[in-house]
Design a protein around this ligand. Structure first.
Ligand SMILES: NC(=O)C1=CN([C@@H]2O[C@H](COP(=O)(O)OP(=O)(O)OC[C@H]3O[C@@H](n4cnc5c(N)ncnc54)[C@H](OP(=O)(O)O)[C@@H]3O)[C@@H](O)[C@H]2O)[C@@H](O)CC1
Ligand SMILES: Nc1ncnc2c1ncn2[C@@H]1O[C@H](COP(=O)(O)OP(=O)(O)O)[C@@H](O)[C@H]1O
Ligand SMILES: [K+]
Length: 545
């Protein structure tokens, strides 16, 4: 079940561009012309009255796009100033530079020159996918000025259009090279970013969403080569990365709406299966000791709401009374220890389990071995992850979904978390995507690393241990109110419910994140985790075509 929008790493993008040019079907100059025309077109769409524009051109092909933009805007009565570098770029950009020079001068790309004249719009065409090291010297000063670090707060932000990405941002990781990973007030923030063919991971991860502003994905005619590169023999090239992002524009043909229709049909239980409750799966949520039942109940309620045929909550006997209240649809069964769980799991109709929310670390540690031995699909969250960090990976399998937040991830994979927090000195920097994929490879399970940029990665297939597994980025930057106590418990329950219904772990985790986010979006600020499960049906309705 493929869904979302395919995204490309910068290496994949370069490979597709090279294939296209090598085929003779399109030249580098044509691609550059289309890229520049797409940016100029977006500017004219948003600022229909010609004004003053300053175009900042860097040393490579990103700068080449800038010279095209300058030429096209000048033709439509914009007053264009171009600041560029005194270098000989590659042949395509050099040709575009010469074309511009017939129309106007190139002023030095310095902070002093930039400040000399105000503009209505600034176009950042300094670095794109070719950024390999932190900007220094004059260019770093220009970028600092554009970022507003001289105290003139937000002076350029609303007028900055970036070509492919804000310069300095690593398009594979969403981190600024040479800067701390934490947000900083002087990071370059654009109003609008136009990228080409496909979003790149850096548009969706870390600083990307906040710093790119509105992202437009422009078609520059690479479709045929992208599709060819993702064919069965070459599937290492593309197609392993998809994104679910509500906030960006892609050409119509690439929208996930049709795929959403498939989900909707499935979620409504219209497909096959005859309608018996067991045919829609039985999920079990392992609850914890007295006084901690809320988290497990949130998970159980969510599992019911995503359409699992039956959901049973299993606290220890001493805590049963705590679960006497609604929802009445929920079944209860005491599970006191590992033996009781093993006995219960003899029932083959139990399709999926959720362990962790409110479970208690000691209890999770006791129950994990029989749970994992059963080979059942399962979600390991919260306390189960803490228990796992002490126990190691033994027994994990590819039907397990681990759902750590950043803190739990650093307990499970301290070396990856440390590298992910370090200041990146060269590109491509280690990304949250790389780290999650590596975690999936090491653990042999699907790993869902939570946050505003949730990454979900599958382990490599057993027959291709050296390949990278499929990964999905779910972007929730537009719903910060989802960061609330218990929201993760609801997500764990949603995924367990979808697993019980027979979805593969990667699909359950990805679709689960999507439903979780879509539900939160429909509620808005003020959301508490208790609101989420009962609003899931509304999110389903929105999916129906
Ligand atoms: N390929 C195509 O046909 C198409 C490409 N397109 C466009 O091209 C862009 C990619 O172009 P690109 O590969 O030339 O890279 P780009 O981002 O311009 O920068 C590379 C230059 O910067 C330099 N450099 C790097 N870091 C530096 C630093 N810190 N400080 C100083 N210099 C630094 C680096 O030097 P070097 O590392 O070689 O020393 C090199 O000179 C892409 O984003 C899109 O906009 C579109 O037109 C569609 C068709
Ligand atoms: N800034 C944010 N914007 C949007 N979603 C977020 C943000 N921070 C966290 N989330 C999401 O909120 C949920 C919080 O889960 P978690 O940290 O496990 O909380 P809890 O343990 O209290 O349930 C996750 O789904 C996570 O992806
Ligand atoms: K740029």
């Amino acid at each position: 079940m493929l869904f979302g929008t395919e995204i490309l790493t910068t290496a994949q993008m370069r490979a597709i561009e090279s294939d296209a040019m090598a085929s003779g079907g399109v030249s580098g100059v044509q691609l550059m012309q289309r890229a520049g025309a797409a940016v100029a077109g977006q500017i004219r769409l948003r600022w229909p009255k010609p004004g003053r524009v300053t175009v900042l051109c860097g040393p490579g092909n990103n700068g080449g796009d800038g010279y095209v933009i300058a030429r096209l805007l000048a033709r439509t009565d914009w007053q264009v100033r171009v600041l560029g570098m005194d270098n000989e770029p590659g042949p395509d950009a050099a040709e575009m530079k010469r074309c511009w020079q017939k129309a106007g001068p190139i002023l030095p790309l310095t902070r002093a020159e930039l400040r000399r004249n105000e503009a209505d719009i600034y176009v950042d065409a300094i670095f794109g996918t070719g950024l390999t090291r932190p900007p220094v010297g004059e260019i770093a000063e220009v970028l600092d000025y554009l970022g507003g670090s001289d105290g003139d707060d937000g002076h350029v932000r609303q007028r900055l259009v970036t070509v492919d990405c804000p310069s300095g941002l690593c398009m594979d990781s969403g981190a600024f090279l040479g800067k701390p990973r934490q947000p900083s007030a002087d990071d370059l923030h654009a109003r609008l970013t136009i990228t080409f063919d496909s979003p790149k991971p850096g548009h969706l991860l870390e600083r990307g969403p906040a710093c790119c502003g509105e992202l437009v994905v422009a078609d520059i005619g690479l479709h045929d080569w992208r599709v060819r590169a993702s064919g069965p023999e070459q599937d290492h090239r593309t197609a392993h990365l998809t994104a679910i992002w509500p906030r960006f524009r892609v050409p119509d043909a690439r929208r996930p709406a049709a795929a959403q229709g498939i989900w909707a049909e499935w979620l409504e239980k219209r497909e096959g299966s005859g309608g018996h409750k067991f045919s829609h799966g039985h999920a079990m949520v392992l609850a914890g000791p007295p006084g901690h039942g809320g988290a497990a109940r949130l998970a159980a309620r969510a599992a019911l709401r995503v359409g699992a045929g039956l959901v049973t909550i299993c606290p220890p006997g001493a805590a049963m009374i705590e679960h006497a209240g609604p929802p009445d649809a929920l079944m209860r069964r005491a599970v006191d220890d590992a033996t009781a769980l093993s006995d219960l799991l003899q029932d083959q109709r139990i399709g999926a389990l959720c362990i962790g929310p409110g479970c208690g670390v000691e209890r999770a540690r006791e129950l994990l071995p029989p749970l994992l031995d059963s080979g059942r699909a399962c979600v390991l969250d919260a306390d189960a992850l803490t228990a796992l960090a002490a126990m190691g990976w033994n027994g994990l399998h590819d039907r397990c979904v681990l759902t750590p937040h950043g803190g739990e991830f650093s307990r499970l994979f301290p070396d990856l978390a440390e590298r992910l927090a370090a200041r990146p000195d060269h590109g491509p920097a280690l990304s949250k995507l790389d780290a999650t994929r590596e975690a999936a490879r090491r653990s042999g399970a699907v790993v869902l690393l939570k946050g505003p940029d949730t990454v979900i990665a599958a382990p490599p297939r057993r027959d291709k241990p050296n390949a990278t597994g499929h990964a999905v980025i779910h972007s929730a930057f537009d719903i910060p109110w989802l960061a609330t106590a218990g929201a993760g418990d609801v997500l764990a329950g949603i995924i367990a419910g979808l697993l019980a219904r027979g979805l593969t772990p990667l699909t359950a985790a990805s679709l689960g994140s999507f439903l979780h986010g879509a539900t939160a979006r429909g509620i808005g600020p003020g959301l508490i985790a208790d609101d989420l499960p009962d609003r899931i049906p509304g999110a389903f309705l929105d999916l129906v075509p």
